[in-house]
Design a protein around this ligand. Structure first.
Ligand code: NAD
Length: 262
């Protein structure tokens, strides 16, 4: 593989699902821009070097990479991120608005502070990433792929994830509305909706609340497949949504393993 398939930007790509998506899209032949908070800059540098060396890549395409640290819940940082990607890599063809945060909260314990932070990081950031990537893709005039991170609790809420569920419902609405508007521009907009996936986020939730282990086990038992997810399983679905052949799929929430939540 010698020609790039285009430029993909993955937010929150220093770890977990975002990291797996960045590795997969590089393997698929995209040039990859990596975003995360400034504190993760060194991790992104290491990942970018790995992608260029193709250590975790099976294909022969050696991607160009670019690192754009910044807080994606801030409008000026999202604008700067996208301008930098276009300046350094030439275009933006796939936007993966993956960054997010989670905490165990319920209606009796939720604080306004945590509620607002969750909405800002999970909803405002996704809106900003969708908006500024869509503007760039419309300007380029050759379509594109916009993909966001919702969750299985963005379709069916759970009592212990009050603000988180609400924020992921919002990502679903945002995805549908954007998909309806952008379809005629050849831009598809979809979101992935993982259940429990083994990442630092899930480890953090388990550390925050011992009951989380029981909840995760219940979710696994209720799933069709009966085992916990790995970041690579989400990355493979994103790989398809990002591909040219997925042009007829838009406005969808992709839940991979919980039949009764579709
Ligand atoms: P994670 O916490 O392991 O990684 C998220 C990354 O996003 C971190 O590196 C973090 O620094 C970064 N980030 C957070 N806020 C940011 C900001 N404002 N700007 C830039 N980067 C920021 O999470 P994960 O488990 O890999 O989850 C990735 C996405 O998938 C999230 O949106 C999450 O809500 C969603 N999701 C995860 C699961 C799961 O079980 N792990 C389930 C459903 C949905």
């Amino acid at each position: 593989m010698t020609r790039s398939k285009g430029v993909a930007l993955v937010t929150g790509s220093a770890q977990g699902i975002g990291r797996a998506i960045a590795i997969r899209l590089a393997r698929d032949g995209f040039d990859v821009a990596l975003n995360d908070l400034p504190v993760k800059n060194a991790v992104l540098e290491d990942l970018a070097a790995e992608l260029r060396r193709g250590e975790e890549s099976e294909g022969s395409y050696s991607p160009r990479t670019c690192i754009v640290v910044g807080d994606v819940s801030k409008e000026d940082e999202v604008k700067r991120m996208i301008d930098t990607v276009v300046d350094e890599l030439g275009s933006l063809d796939v936007m993966v608005a993956n960054a997010g945060i989670a905490a165990v909260t319920d209606i009796l314990t939720e604080s306004v502070e945590n509620w607002e932070r969750t909405m800002t990081v999970n909803v405002t950031s996704t809106f900003l990433c969708y908006k500024y990537s869509a503007m760039q893709m419309v300007k380029q005039g050759r379509g594109g792929r916009i993909i966001g991170a919702s969750s299985v609790v963005g379709k069916q809420a759970s009592a212990g994830s009050l603000s988180y569920s609400t924020s992921k419902f919002a990502v679903r609405g945002l995805t549908q509305a954007a998909a309806l508007q952008l379809g005629r521009n050849g831009i598809t907009v979809n979101s992935y909706a993982p259940g429990a996936i083994e990442t630092p986020m899930l480890a953090g939730l388990r550390a925050q609340d011992v009951k989380q282990d029981v909840r995760v086990q219940k979710a696994i038992d209720a799933s069709a497949v009966g085992y916990i997810g790995q970041p690579e399983y989400i990355a493979s679905a994103v790989s398809y949504l990002a591909s040219k052949e997925a042009h007829f799929i838009t406005g969808k929430l992709l839940i991979q393993h919980v039949p009764n939540a579709n």
